[in-house]
Design a protein around this ligand. Structure first.
Ligand code: ADP
Ligand code: TRP
Length: 327
């Protein structure tokens, strides 16, 4: 049976971008395929060194997956750190990963470029973890050999690196891994944050998925628009408000809002309508989320059950991989 796998790094609080880019598509795929859905807690150490913050974020992200409909009986739901076989595979794959390929990884390259502009030392503040981040991500994926990996557009390069590493392994040791296919909706942009950049937990520009109605409304009101008055035709292209409608509406609703843009809907009315649209979808999930956050034992038990299954499978797969490499 084909399978699908995705993870979210346990930094901060899940936001609307994580929801539309990864969580929602992954839950949809989990209805059709065997699914591996996990918390990338070891990845978080690259950015966060506050133990309480890592723990709190893990709980929030786990509760989010469950509130959004993850069916833990029919999927494998786990923390990356509780499946140590992933770290063994990480070493094996790091011996297959050309350094030149990792030099070109976006996050590392961006950090080096920034240092070149601002510092004498191009390695300033860059950990080995940041450099080898894509290898750990390859290990997350190849540990379970999934066919599909639903992610946001920003992860495209990481999937290409994973495929390159898998291909190198296959050529070195004879075919073993299937090359995972990213599931990325190319027609949708990454969701923009309140400051106009990609919404990200790291940029302090995100709208929390489960913020209260009041805060959701306030955050939507803060989204940048042009200065056109009500009655003036609004452009859909480059409008952040329209981009949000695109992520949260069906085709018929998109046609309706496109027409309203042409007819000059005021930004205030467009924002009210957007709030109603998003809140309608999120509201029932929000209630479930807060029930779960107040029941950490249930979250812990659910994860532990998934981790037992994940370790069991990982062990079997790792044995086969080790046999291939002569260990
Ligand atoms: P962040 O950048 O906020 O730390 P993560 O790196 O943990 O988020 O991303 C988890 C998943 O959410 C990934 O699949 C990523 O592509 C997706 N994602 C993150 N930000 C956005 C966004 N602004 N729009 C769409 N998808 C996003
Ligand atoms: N790198 C991903 C992100 O920051 C999170 C992640 C870690 C992931 N391992 C993964 C996503 C494996 C998909 C598959 O968004």
């Amino acid at each position: 049976m084909d399978s699908s796998l995705t993870g979210i790094t346990t930094t901060g609080t899940p936001h609307l971008g994580n929801y539309v880019g990864a969580i929602k598509p992954a839950i949809q795929l989990s209805k059709k395929f065997k699914s591996y859905l996990f918390l990338a807690d070891y990845h978080s150490l690259i950015k966060v060194n506050d133990p309480d913050a890592v723990k709190e974020s893990s709980m929030k992200i786990a509760a989010t997956w469950l509130a959004c409909g993850l069916d833990s009986k029919n999927s494998l739901f786990y923390r990356q750190s509780k499946v140590p076989q992933i770290l063994e595979l990480n070493w094996i794959l790091s011996c297959m990963a050309p350094k030149g390929l990792l030099n070109r990884a976006h996050a590392y390259k961006a950090a080096v470029d920034l240092n070149k502009e601002n510092k004498n030392d191009e390695d300033f503040g860059i950990s080995h973890g940041l450099f080898s981040y894509p290898v750990l991500m390859s290990a997350d994926i190849l540990m379970f050999n999934p066919k599909y990996v639903p992610v946001g557009k920003d992860q495209k390069q990481h999937l290409e690196i994973t495929r390159d590493i898998a291909d190198k392994f296959n050529k070195t040791y004879k075919n073993f891994f299937q090359l995972p296919e990213p599931i990325i909706d190319e027609s949708l942009d990454l969701l923009t944050g309140t400051d106009g950049r990609k919404m990200s937990k790291s940029y302090n520009n995100s709208i929390d998925l489960f913020s209260s109605e009041k805060i959701l409304q306030k955050s939507i009101n803060k989204i940048k628009t042009d200065s056109k008055e009500p009655g003036e035709k609004k452009e859909t292209k480059d409008s952040i408000i329209f981009q949000y409608f695109n992520h949260f509406s069906d085709e018929e609703e998109i046609n309706e809002i496109t027409k309203e843009f042409e007819e000059g809907i005021g930004w205030g009315d467009a924002k009210k309508k957007l709030f109603t649209k998003i809140n309608q979808e999120i509201s029932p999930l929000r209630d479930k989320y807060f029930d779960l956050i107040n029941n950490p034992k249930l979250i812990e038990d659910t994860l532990e059950a998934g981790e037992t299954k994940a370790r069991d499978e990982a062990n079997k797969n790792l044995e086969k991989i080790k046999e291939k490499i002569g260990i």
